[in-house]
Design a protein around this ligand. Structure first.
Ligand code: GLN
Length: 466
């Protein structure tokens, strides 16, 4: 698909549509939608900005490419003065005191936020059912889950309710819902985009990233948000990725894939067959394909969840009703903390907080948490040697198609295992893009850390190849 951002930019410049009408249209579509994608609509905020864009256009001033473009924000980001609920009861009434760096950069370029989007509470989940705003329904089939945790964001893009949305990806939360709803979703290299103002889930793998309908839109939004930020010491300076670089002829000579992902008993036979067909297509185009050894799904998933739970238990310890959250008074301060947290966190979030505190506690941390760190380093070392042998790693996004609404809630362990193909790349902090091609839930393109441009370039190659 062509760039939606460019298309709308042209319409605005040519006065085919006013920015106010465009924004109002999207707000109306969001308000009327039955997919449960909306936590808060931002009509006053958005329409005030739209009026400014319209005034500029009618004065004959030039506008930037992102100016007036409506976008959505997963409800785990700060946007000053608006609700930031994390889809939780605990923060249902919490308003952001400041704006996240990534969002501020988009605001500075004139993009217009119109909605805070439904998601799994605090990013905890793979289906967007762990939310107080109602389970997000899949864009293609509303009986199925929207995917998670950035489910509302992916569905909004798929349904054209937003032109692009900003998701958050800790273990697959941008890539998996993108795959489930047939859109592009990019988790950049860890550190490329500042996490300041993104509610922390697992700080060592949390990434900010765009969901959109074209590779070009992913590129534009990625460039807009990237850069070093003094408020996030893990960020690094990156050069903007040009359109020329990613549309030039294929430079990828060798593609790898993980044998055990494809040979696993847990993979849906159609996804497997479709993936193997892609391998054949690549080989026919004289791209060398190498089968690689990798850690088994159980190891990847347990390493990820050990670290993610430990980090989220620590990060969420600040939510006790004192500075943040709906406080429930009790007889003593300690009791008040306990009641506030037990009444206001969801079952899934509590499972993770309890699990995380367990793996961090004395007597367990050496055996479990430190083992998790060791395995994470081994996984990173594995990637390092893989990328000496291949330029790109290609993989399905998920072993299965999206479940029916309600099914994942019955079996949390099965839900954790459904993340088997996404979490490894998170632990490796690698740039990974879901493209809506190849299998029913898409394909993941991954490159070595900081080679985000190569990922987008190969996505362009696959656009014509598949
Ligand atoms: N499904 C994974 C989890 O629940 C990933 C979530 C995410 O990336 N925020 O941890």
């Amino acid at each position: 698909m062509e760039s939606q951002i460019l298309k709308i930019h042209r319409q605005l410049v040519n006065k085919d549509v006013s920015c106010t009408a465009l924004i109002q249209d999207k707000l109306d579509a969001l308000a009327a939608n039955t997919h449960h994608t909306v936590n808060t609509l931002l009509p006053d905020y958005a329409l005030a900005l739209a009026a400014k864009v319209d005034a500029k256009i009618s004065n004959g001033e030039t506008i930037g490419i992102l100016e007036g473009i409506p976008f959505g924000i997963k409800d785990v980001y700060m946007l000053q003065g608006t609700y930031a609920t994390a889809s939780s009861k605990l923060l249902q009434n919490y308003k952001s005191a400041y704006t996240a760096t990534a969002i501020q950069k988009l605001l500075d370029l004139g993009a217009i936020p119109i909605v805070k989007e439904n998601c799994d509470s605090f990013g905890h989940g793979s289906s967007s059912e762990n939310t107080i705003f109602g389970a997000v329904k899949n864009a293609k089939n509303p009986d199925l889950v929207g995917g998670g945790s950035s489910g509302g964001s992916a569905v909004n893009v798929a349904k054209d309710f937003t032109v692009f949305s900003i998701g958050g990806d800790t273990g697959g939360s941008i890539r998996q819902p993108a795959g489930y709803n047939g859109v592009f979703g990019f988790k950049p290299s860890y550190g490329r985009i500042s996490r300041y103002g993104l509610m922390a889930y697992a700080s060592s793998t949390d990434c900010v990233g765009p969901i959109a309908k074209s590779i070009e839109d992913i590129r534009i939004v990625l460039n807009a948000m990237s850069g070093k930020d003094v408020k996030d010491q893990t960020t690094f300076e990156s050069t903007p990725i040009s359109e020329e670089i990613i549309s030039k002829e294929n430079t990828v000579k060798t593609v790898g894939y993980f044998k055990n992902f494809i040979e696993s008993d847990a993979i849906n036979p159609q996804i497997k067959a479709d993936f193997l067909k892609i391998i054949e297509i690549l080989e026919a185009k004289k791209i060398e394909v190498k089968a690689l050894d990798f850690f088994d799904s159980e190891t990847l998933v347990s390493t990820y969840y050990t670290l993610a739970m430990a980090e989220t238990a620590s990060n969420l310890s600040r939510l006790d009703g004192t500075n943040y959250g709906n406080r429930i008074e009790a007889d003593s301060l300690k009791e008040s903390y306990a009641v506030t947290r037990s009444e206001n966190f969801s079952e899934e979030s509590k499972r993770r907080i309890v699990g995380g505190n367990q793996v961090l506690s004395q007597g367990f941390s050496d055996a479990i948490y430190l083992k998790g760190l060791e395995l994470r380093d081994a996984i990173s070392a594995n990637f390092e040697s893989d990328f000496k042998a291949v330029d790109i790693i290609l993989s399905p996004v998920t072993p299965n198609t999206p479940p029916k609404i309600g099914d994942s809630l019955k079996d949390p362990l099965a839900m954790y295992l459904s993340d088997a193909y996404t979490v490894g790349f998170s632990l490796g902090q690698l740039p990974t893009l879901t493209i809506p091609q190849g299998t029913e839930t898409g394909l993941q393109i991954t490159a070595a850390k900081t080679k985000d441009a190569l990922v987008l370039q190969f996505a362009n190659t696959l656009k014509t190849l598949l």
